[in-house]
Design a protein around this ligand. Structure first.
Ligand code: HEM
Length: 372
């Protein structure tokens, strides 16, 4: 079906088979907004999101002569296109403004500066509230974010916005593994929707939380990672494969087999070296080297045109990961990746953490119901 169910135990857009387009927006709540105004806006967003995900406009078009139409209109003929809208709350929402200080989960502590974080731009990081809109049609995703921003315009201001033009992960075994901008299959060893027990263990917040309002939710990490495409494109194929630990052609591990063959990290070549290099991305990121930790990756390829100072492509991966606890999962893996051979070719330029509350149960439910 073209419609992804909006209501459910968990918000859609996490284990939903990953759609091909992303528009991700972070908002700040404007100064002087009251708690009640914020609550009303979140309720209006929920009502609008339920309509948008069914491919319907957010309001009637011609019922108020002499005033602007309720819906902006650019998605009228496009259908739902598997639109999902996923809303999260940033650490800054829990300061003194809305009386939420006691509701701040320990797991929402900001990520801080990680070992590889020498080039993070704060103006495209963080925010009080985030909206992840994913769809098979980029205009449908854009329309959703635009109309939510419009509905919220007296309450929130856009802080930053990121488009993604192609999925760089797979979240379902029904999907072909796509490729990232370095040309490698990405998402092979990801958490897949067909294994709910793995998602329960690693993605969904459970009884372990200090904040019951987050049960059934998840923590979203976003990292905009610039990829030095031209440098990569002049690296030889042997080194490219060594860096990832997989072949470029079919994504098979360098220890042998085909794409989904289990990686044999012990296998050695005749030279005595490991078939899957000690500093390869898959070895350092693998659960065996991270105390078992897994994350659900849901990133997108992006481009911002060119870097006019150098004439090089300003493109890369808008990395998104969902997990039960980002400090124990994403941060642990990212710290291990501090020695990743890939680091020579990439640079993170934004970093954010959001608490994504559980799903909405029915019409009338809203994003802050378990929180306020
Ligand atoms: C695996 C690319 C950043 C975590 C992979 C694979 C590729 C890849 C090609 C192998 C196929 C697969 O299993 O999906 C990239 C690129 C990145 C990037 C191009 C940056 C531009 C990251 C970051 C993290 C991460 C920041 C988390 C901190 C993982 C994990 C795996 C993986 C957990 C699976 C490892 C396994 O169990 O085999 N990545 N990645 N990656 N990556 Fe990344």
């Amino acid at each position: 079906s073209e419609i992804v169910d909006f209501y459910g135990e968990h918000q859609a857009g996490i284990t939903t088979p990953q759609q091909n387009s992303l528009v991700f927006a972070a908002f700040d709540v404007a100064d002087s907004v009251t708690t009640q105004q914020l609550e009303v806006m979140l309720a209006r967003w929920a009502a609008a999101a339920s309509l948008l995900t069914q491919g319907k406009p957010v309001g009637p078009v011609e019922t108020r002569p002499g005033s602007p139409p309720a819906d902006t209109g650019e998605a009228f003929d496009l259908g739902p296109n598997k639109l999902t809208i996923t809303v999260g709350f940033g650490p800054t929402l829990f300061d003194d403004r809305f009386g939420l200080r006691d509701k701040m989960p320990a797991a929402l502590k900001p990520l801080g500066q990680l070992a590889v974080d020498t080039t993070i731009d704060p103006s495209i990081s963080g925010g009080d509230i985030c909206v992840q809109a994913c769809s098979e049609d980029p205009q449908v995703a854009f329309h959703a974010v635009r109309n939510l921003a419009r509905i919220g315009r007296t309450v929130v201001t856009l802080r930053w916005l990121q488009e993604g033009f192609g999925r760089a992960s797979a979240t379902s075994t029904s999907q072909v593994t796509p490729r990232n901008l370095f040309g490698f299959k990405d998402g092979t060893a990801n958490i897949k929707a067909e294994d709910p027990s793995v998602a329960k263990e690693w993605v969904w917040v459970g009884d372990e939380t200090d904040q019951p309002w987050m049960k059934g939710g998840s923590y979203l990490v976003s990292r905009k990672i610039r990829m030095h495409i031209e440098a990569w494109d002049s690296d030889d194929i042997g080194n490219q494969e060594l860096i990832f630990g997989r072949t470029k052609d079919n994504g098979a591990p360098l220890s042998g087999g085909s794409e989904f063959t289990t990686i044999d990290f012990h296998k050695r070549l005749d030279t005595g070296k490991y078939a899957v290099d000690r500093f390869s991305h898959v070895r350092l990121a693998h659960p065996d080297n991270n105390g078992g930790a897994q994350i659900l990756r849901r990133g997108y390829n992006y481009t911002d045109g060119i870097d006019t100072r150098t004439g090089t492509l300003a493109a890369g991966l808008f990395f998104i990961a969902y997990q039960k606890n980002a400090h124990e999962q994403f941060v642990r893996i990212q710290n291990n990746l501090a020695q990743d051979g890939l680091n020579e070719y990439i640079a993170p330029i934004s970093s954010s953490l959001f608490a994504v509350p559980p799903g909405l149960s029915k019409i009338g439910d809203w994003y802050g119901k378990t929180l306020f």
